[in-house]
Design a protein around this ligand. Structure first.
Ligand code: ING
Length: 311
């Protein structure tokens, strides 16, 4: 028995500050048309896919910051994506900056949604691991102010049923933390879709720069294998406003193997046939959580935030 889903990573090349949302949506629609022509069921788009990666700048004016956020989804500019999903019978995931009035105040999240073939939102996630810093740090070649512009996500990592399988999402820095995959693994996830914007250069740790592509695949392959799940990682990449970002969009099988990956740092569709039943071989043996995990021994993972060395 196999449940084969044809999935695509809809990698986007750079989005410059001058590129308006309509021009980016047009690029995504082109990838959706290509995907539909290739029998794709679901295409994943990157993190913050509608604008340039604005956390690279310190902006004192909140109105300027908010110009990068979406107040509604779908909006006038993004409605064509939902219409294409219905017309092409093609689901998609989309990362965007979400501004919402919630609990009596304005909330701002780094958000990703999953839309099914009827054009309905079937899943939503708000980024939990926000990298970077909160205050302006002029010593950096560029800023990384996600801790300033976004709140920590408040939805945990949900898993939902869609397209005959179990799906979950995370965003960018989340993929570097094993807890991210495990929370979804403990809900039986079969496919995790994640978008990322990852600069080649990491100002606090320039010695890591040569390993950006290696670390990108390392963490997604480990997460896939250790939780018996497919992982689809999709980049926004190339040189955006002078900042070079890695590509390497990839579709990773529950075996931990990369089955397809991007070869450019521009708009590129990376397609693979994914058998969701391939998860079973790992979930029922090596990573049979119910049989092999010892959560009583893991308490430190939840109770302790930072490392505390022995005396
Ligand atoms: N970007 C980067 C990421 O986690 C980063 C931040 C870059 C962290 C390099 C560590 C090293 O891929 C986002 N948007 O999280």
């Amino acid at each position: 028995m196999s449940r084969i889903l044809t999935v695509a990573a809809g990698q986007l090349g750079p989005i410059q500050r001058s590129h308006d949302r309509a021009s980016v949506v047009a690029r995504m629609l082109k990838l959706m048309e290509q995907a539909a022509a290739n029998g794709v069921d679901l295409v994943a788009f990157p993190e913050l896919a509608l604008t340039t990666f604005f956390p690279r700048w310190f902006m004192a004016d909140q109105a300027e910051v908010d110009s990068f956020f979406e107040r509604e989804m779908p909006s006038r500019e993004t409605a064509p994506l939902f219409e294409a999903a219905r017309r092409l019978k093609l689901g998609f995931t989309l990362g965007y900056a979400e501004l919402v009035e919630q609990d009596g105040r304005t909330r701002r999240f780094n958000t990703q949604i999953m839309v099914d073939k009827t054009g309905s939102v079937v899943g939503k996630y708000r980024k939990i691991h926000l990298p970077g810093h909160r205050e302006h740090e002029p010593w950096r070649a560029f800023q990384h102010l996600e801790k300033r512009y976004f709140e920590v996500g408040d939805l945990s990592w949900p898993v939902w049923r869609a397209m005959g399988g179990l799906f979950g999402m995370c965003i960018c820095n989340d993929r570097r933390w094993p807890e991210t995959y495990r929370v979804m693994g403990l809900q039986g996830v079969e496919m995790i879709l994640l978008g990322y914007n990852t600069p080649v250069h990491n100002p606090p740790a320039p010695d890591h720069d040569r390993l950006g592509d290696f670390h990108n695949h390392l963490v997604m392959q480990a997460g896939a294998y250790q939780n018996g799940t497919w992982v689809v990682g999709v980049a926004k990449c190339g040189v955006e406003e002078g900042c070079d970002m890695i590509g390497g969009s990839a579709i990773v099988a529950p075996t931990g193997e990369i089955v397809a990956q991007a070869i450019t740092r521009d708009d590129e569709l990376v397609i693979a046939r994914c058998d969701l039943d391939a998860c079973k071989s790992y979930k029922t043996t090596t990573f049979n959580f119910e049989r092999h995990r010892e959560p009583d021994q893991y308490r430190m993972i939840v109770e302790r935030k930072g490392a505390i060395e022995p005396p």
